[in-house]
Design a protein around this ligand. Structure first.
Ligand code: ZN
Length: 103
């Protein structure tokens, strides 16, 4: 489905909804690139901490082995061993702050 934006003469300086969305996407992209450049994982496949653990260490290891970066973080624990306030990236195996994408 194609989305068309209407021309809105009341927006300032001739900017339209598409211009505002484009600026937002570019800002989000710059934030993601900056965190990647700082060595912070910003993949989207995450597993959160849970007590008692729902997934065993073997199940997590199996998921990590299927990630694009095959557990470069070296995580070998169970779900309840993920530190509080953090999540485990299932793409690369790094422990990351749980809400890094919301900053
Ligand atoms: Zn990752």
């Amino acid at each position: 489905m194609t989305t068309y934006f209407d021309h809105d003469p009341e927006l300032p300086a001739g900017f339209q909804d598409a211009d505002i969305l484009q600026a937002q996407y570019e800002a989000e992209s710059r934030a993601a690139a900056a965190s990647r450049a700082a060595g912070i994982c910003n993949h989207g496949m995450r597993l959160g901490r849970r007590i008692p653990a729902f997934y065993s260490a073997e199940e997590i290891a199996e998921d990590l082995a299927q990630g694009h970066f095959a557990n470069r973080g070296g995580f070998t624990g169970t779900q309840d061993e993920i530190p509080e306030g953090h999540s485990l990236c299932l793409e690369c195996g790094e422990i990351v702050p749980a809400r890094i994408l919301d900053r």
